[in-house]
Design a binder for this molecule. Structure first.
Ligand code: GDP
Ligand code: MG
Length: 160
């Protein structure tokens, strides 16, 4: 296990992935989780959660000045979301690629947004944009005891 980690290229990162309320309402939870699971990243946290307004505002605080901010907060708090923490080397950038562009009409086919959504205001999934934000967002959405450290049985079949 340890030599396997040391031999891996690069730092192990964490990213916060969230199925937004439209993804939950449209029955896309399994499909979206599956994309990250099949890629080979490690799930370390998972819950269905009704987001309170103050948490949504904190999560999206960098967008506070945007005209769409109130609509964004209404959207994220409009129903339960599925909160996930994923871990792996390169997981932050890779998850952003799997998710696709913010505007689903610009997102490439094969990406989650490219395959499953049509509008920026209903783009089904969130992913952290940097390793720093990955840590920040996981700390924001999860309690420490909700994050699980474990070694997947498939680990030696994912990395030499
Ligand atoms: P992301 O990192 O790809 O999710 O995109 P951003 O960080 O730029 O924006 C965060 C979220 O705000 C997006 O995923 C959308 O849900 C929402 N958003 C961004 N731009 C717009 C917009 O122009 N209109 C609306 N309605 N929502 C937007
Ligand atoms: Mg963003």
């Amino acid at each position: 296990f340890l030599p396997h980690l040391i031999a891996s290229l690069g730092e192990i990162e964490q990213t916060y992935i969230m199925v937004k309320p439209d993804g939950v309402q449209r029955g896309l939870v399994g499909e979206i989780i599956s994309r990250f699971e099949k890629k080979g990243f490690k799930l370390t946290g998972l819950k269905l959660f009704q987001c309170p307004k103050d948490l949504a505002e904190e999560h999206y605080k960098d967008l506070k000045a945007k005209p769409f901010f109130p609509k964004l907060i209404d959207y994220i708090t409009s129903g339960p979301v599925v909160c996930m923490a994923w871990e792996g080397v390169g997981v932050v950038a890779s998850a952003r690629k799997l998710i696709g562009s913010t505007d689903p009409l610009q997102a490439e086919p094969g990406t989650i947004r490219g395959d499953l959504a049509v509008q920026t205001g209903r783009n089904v999934v969130h992913g952290s944009d940097s390793p720093e934000n990955g840590k920040r967002e996981i700390a924001l959405w999860f309690n420490e005891n909700e994050i699980n450290q474990w070694t997947p049985a498939q680990a030696p079949w994912l990395r030499e």
